[in-house]
Design a protein around this ligand. Sequence first.
Ligand SMILES: [Zn+2]
Length: 651
Amino acid sequence: MPVLDVNAIDKTADPCVDFYQYACGTWIKNNPVPPDKSRWGRFDQLAERNLYILRDILNDAHAPGKHSAIETMVGDYCAACMDESAIEKKGTAPLTPELDRINVIRTNEDLIRQVAYMHRNGTPALFAFYQQPDMHDSAATIANLDQGGITLPDRDYYIKDDAKSVETRQKYVEHVQKMFELAGDKPDVAAGEAKTVLAIETGLAQASMDRTVRRDPKTRDHKMTVADIAGTAPNFDLAVYFADNGSPKFTSLNVGNPDFFKQVNQQLDKTPLEDWKVYLRWKTINDYAPALTKAFVDEDFLFNGKYMSGQQEIEPRWKRCVKSTDQNLGMASGKLYVDRVFGAEGKERTLKMVQGIESAMREDIGELTWMSDTTKKKAYEKLDAIVNNIGYPDTWRDYSSVVVKADDYAGNVRRARAFEVRRQYTKIGRPTDRKDWGMTPPTVNAYYRPSMNDINFPAGILEPPFYSKLMDDAANYGGIGVVIGHELTHGFDDQGRKYDAVGNFSDWWTAEDGKEFVKRSDCTADEYSSFVSVKDDKGEVKLNGRLTLGENTADNGGLKLAYMALMHVIGNTPVKPVDGYTPAQRYFLAFGQIWCQNVTDQEARKRVLTDPHSPGRWRVNGAVQNSAAFQQAFGCKAGQPMVSANACRVW
Ligand SMILES: [Zn+2]
């Protein structure tokens, strides 16, 4: 898979009319979504390649012979997952003790103790509890309490009244009923239980804040004492919960959405305890399903994979098992992945590109006419403070306390997840651990953390189509270069700009400059809100330009910064066209081709509600139509679709 694939291009298209079609048209025609996927792009192709590498690693780790402790652990974990006959033999046995615990609940206090038990074991229910740096003192990590407890991917699924949402809820209730039946309940009982689950989750959804509203950190910034929040929502018995959930003791915490606790407090009072028990049983069954027998796995797939995402077939068992290993022991299998595929050279070259793109950002900030020197000074400080993490963490996670048994897949999953919960909770009350990674090394993704002010590129993304040492600079800057610029720009998008150099939520902008920024990001929000994301028999859905604002800002910024850096690298040395394309054209083509993808209508609909990223087409066309450098590279003229009449530019 080359970084820039001339065979992917649709030469019958006009790059100035629809650049996405030009860069990706032939790829899109020749690469339909495989039956075991709901989206298929060049990103996903690389993820699939990494999955095959991980499979080889895990097979080798389990083959006869001598193995390190890490190899034995991940090899056994994956093999236990592959052992379907052992799993069938166990039937619902892994579930029984869990459901028994719920059946004996007699009081509200029992109920909250059970929620604490479930959270300790990584099963979501009722609300969320996690650690995060203090928003106003990022050097310290504190406890966070937040809304949660719903099962469908967004609160809108419970609240909206359009035909599609009504249908989804109906399908969901049928699915919940089937799962209760598999767990042993009679159909009529299970039908009633499913309705109870929907009613309870609808209450939780109504009390939840909208995903787009939550993008503003201010809406989630509520530091309070334990006594305060416990007093606001007495029916939660939060003092009991905190004492029982396995976290260290603390006296103050942040509450992401205090109103959620106020509202659900009433729901706890009004809804019979027996109904809450039904809800907790559902959350347990649902959480265990992928680790249980084929009947559970298939029903779980039919709803979540097929109905919700349009995936035609379940993935082969081995893919699910390799993914499970990555998910639950990923820093162990990830170490083996790094040893096998990632050399020190990859780290050095990436770091060099990062530094080039960081200086492009410095130059870009300097050239802004709308920003005062006072704010610029602060922006430079923040830029200089950004920490670059490339490839994999400095120290590897120690999983030696996780018990992995060759014949107990469901137990392995639970023990690994309990380990991770404990590891996370241990951070509470301690200095913030800035070295801990949020993604495993084989992951094809990258991220910026506002409270850490760091950019992170797992080894998994430092491969073609993003990066290849065999490719020219133009292609590599259009690939991984734009990704680097994208993550960097996140530090200065509508969310990131609200955090300072050390990661505190604090306003470092002059009032005037803040207004100028909002004016420009409003332009981007409106622009992307006009793009159509899905058009199918259920109607047309437009992008939510507010939900995707941070990502779109980062896409536009990344495209600009990596281009500036590339021009510095090329300098005045004449570079010959390759395959008939100038370096500038190759840069934009490589960028466009990162996003070549096909997606099912169902998946596109889900993403429009839940995904802060725009679909591939708009990540490309949205960004290039704002880019003068693109228009110059392809000779596009005013009035053509890829030349926006009022181009938006934040950075
Ligand atoms: Zn992003």
